[in-house]
Design a protein around this ligand. Structure first.
Ligand code: AMP
Ligand code: MN
Ligand code: MN
Ligand code: MN
Length: 275
């Protein structure tokens, strides 16, 4: 059976492997089709594509766009995008600009909470192209302000905690539009991970479908089998395609591995039926 992993990160966003290392690891783990879906940018794709050349691995050009919807943040994955597309790149560049200002603001809020040097410290963990909360989290752990990454996301950088800056990301409409303009398929990332009621989740899916979204991740890394079942049912009800992806960021996280995913339930129409 073909092994699909349609959600992963490299050093072009907040992953810890270079695109070429990520591709090598995917091959090693038996992945046949890998999508590189870095946050709000496509800078890693050329290198990943080059690394995949001459191997049996098929690299899908992707992106994971941060969206503000109903005052919260949701992530929309674009698959099979043309990274050269102007509409997409203009949209993404506005998001990168927002990230620069947000990082400065996060650092100044941490400073007020008595933690200095966060901006420089976070940059040490990041590539030139993207600075995110995970880079700040690594700095905070390194300096003993939290015991590990998940501890950081409980005590810092989230609502009502030091270092939090509200997101001002793309609208759902814009994110889906950029992806479709670039020839890609828009998919809601890890729909079970958002803290929202079932009713609100259905509203998200409805809104998403209304603006041209075609699927969501029925299977994502570290997910309970019951959740997979519930999501498969939702996909069927809404007549949406099913995607699957590990959301791999780093080999350090031993419970999320490239290609290590449950099979999509029989009732699902896989997103790759339209690839
Ligand atoms: P940003 O897009 O800069 O707001 O950062 C979001 C990223 O932070 C996610 O893609 C994850 O990589 C990371 N993240 C958020 N919450 C957690 C968490 N509880 N544990 C580990 N990583 C997290
Ligand atoms: Mn991330
Ligand atoms: Mn995400
Ligand atoms: Mn992700």
């Amino acid at each position: 059976m073909t092994c699909y992993d349609l959600h992963s990160h490299s050093t072009a966003s907040d992953g810890s492997l270079e695109p070429s290392q990520l591709v090598a690891r995917a091959i090693d783990k038996g992945v046949d089709v890998l999508a590189l879906t870095d946050h709000d940018g496509t800078e890693g794709i050329a290198a990943a594509q080059q690394a995949a050349q001459g191997s049996d691995l098929r690299l899908i050009a992707g992106v994971e766009i941060s969206v503000t919807w109903a005052k919260g943040t949701v992530h929309i994955v674009g698959l099979n995008i043309d990274p050269e597309n102007d509409v997409l790149q203009q949209g993404l560049s506005s998001m990168r600009d927002f990230r620069v200002g947000r990082a400065e603001e996060m650092a100044s809020r941490l400073e007020k909470a008595g933690i200095s040097g966060a901006l420089e410290g976070a940059k040490k963990y990041a590539s030139e192209v993207m600075l995110g909360r995970l880079h700040f989290a690594k700095f905070l752990v390194e300096h003993g302000h939290a015991k590990d990454i998940s501890d950081v996301f409980k005590r810092y950088l989230v609502r009502n905690k030091p270092g939090y800056v509200p997101g001002d990301w793309a609208s759902l409409t814009d994110a889906v539009h950029w992806i479709t303009a670039a020839g890609g398929q828009a998919v809601i990332a890890h729909p079970a991970r958002y803290k929202m009621t079932a009713t609100k989740r259905r509203r998200l899916i409805t809104d998403f479908k209304d603006v041209g979204g075609v699927g969501f991740e029925v299977v994502s890394g570290r997910q309970h089998p019951e959740e997979v079942k519930a999501l498969a049912k939702l996909a069927q009800q809404f007549e949406l395609l099913a995607s699957c992806g590990s959301d791999f960021h780093t080999p350090d996280n031993t419970w999320v591995e490239l290609g290590n995913l449950a099979a999509l339930p029989e009732s699902c129409t896989p997103i790759w039926s339209v690839f």
